[in-house]
Design a protein around this ligand. Structure first.
Ligand SMILES: C[S@@+](CC[C@H](N)C(=O)[O-])C[C@H]1O[C@@H](n2cnc3c(N)ncnc32)[C@H](O)[C@@H]1O
Length: 285
């Protein structure tokens, strides 16, 4: 199976999962209309002032963050490979009155076409479970540079690859990610919104779909943090921040995680700190 076929399989897996994810989100339109936000302080801090900025949100999923970014004053375009995610995102924007443009596309195709058409953005943003879907970091970083305006910035917040070497009980069970090693998940995209137990539903959690099983498998790609940074620097971006966080926002990657204020999850008290999330700001000259 080539890379495109794998990405198309991932499209099917995401399409199958979106309805289950959305079923847990209580009154998200009302929450956003009332000035609520699905964003976490880490990305808000890295993004800085967004007033009147054009912002490209890569892998926007069902659009909660895209609408929240529009609430900070940005003119947002969200793109995602999943048909169902984009349908859901457009519905959300319609219900909130947010003027966000959503396009369904494989980001590799979209970035290439956008650069060819001369489209430019002040900010490009992606977050939480995004790098693992990318089979090619050099093309990804080059594509981002190709649509960034001079003086623009790219912000990424994602789960730390160190977390990927431990099983749920904290046993060091596999190698640190590198080289985009492909991994096939026959169980596909799971119901991580339910698993977060409210950590990803700031507007309120509904029981919604129970026992979701995805009939569509998914292909992941394992990259180390150094490879992500090297790809961005190699595409000509200047790394101005690289933060590592000893907690996750919403993701229960280890058993017995402690809930901290602000929907943060940390390992149990007796576990020495490890980085579980990272954030990057990279700027174009
Ligand atoms: C875990 S979600 C990201 C979470 C998202 N930031 C949010 O706010 O909910 C990963 C997203 O990446 C999308 N995706 C995976 N591969 C992609 C590709 N090649 N091009 C565009 N989107 C892709 C999936 O459809 C999914 O919506």
């Amino acid at each position: 199976m080539d890379r495109r076929e794998r990405r198309e399989q991932n499209r099917s897996s995401w399409n199958a999962a979106v309805e289950a994810h959305d079923s847990h989100r209580a009154n998200l339109p009302g929450f956003l209309r009332g000035g609520g936000s699905t964003l976490f302080p880490e990305e808000v801090g890295l993004l800085g002032d967004l007033e009147h900025k054009t912002l490209l949100h890569l892998q926007c999923n069902s659009g909660g963050d895209s609408v929240s970014l529009a609430g900070l004053g940005a003119r947002v375009t969200g793109i995602d490979i999943s048909d169902e995610a984009i349908v859901s995102a457009r519905r959300l924007a319609g219900k909130t009155g947010a003027r966000v443009r959503f396009e369904r596309a494989d980001l590799y195709d979209w970035l290439r076409e956008a650069a060819r058409e001369g489209r430019g953005f002040d900010v490009v943003f992606a977050s939480y479970g995004v790098v693992c879907w990318l089979p090619d970091l050099v093309a990804w970083a080059g594509g981002i540079t190709g649509v960034l305006e001079p003086g623009g910035c790219f912000v990424l917040v994602d789960f730390h690859p160190v977390a990927d070497i431990f099983d749920r009980d904290g046993n060091h069970f596999r190698d640190y990610p590198s080289g985009g090693e492909p991994v096939y998940l026959p169980e596909g995209v799971g119901d991580y919104v339910a698993a977060s137990g409210g950590g990803l539903t700031p507007a309120g959690y509904l029981e919604g779909a129970t026992g979701f099983r995805n009939p569509e498998g998914a292909h992941l790609f394992r990259w180390g943090l150094g490879e992500v940074v090297t790809a961005l620097a190699g595409a000509g971006l200047r790394i101005t921040a690289l933060h590592e966080y000893p907690y996750t926002n919403g993701e229960r990657c280890l058993a017995g995680m402690r809930e901290l204020p602000g929907r943060r999850l940390a390992p149990p008290e007796n576990v020495p700190a490890i980085p579980l999330m990272y954030g990057i700001r990279a700027e174009s000259d």
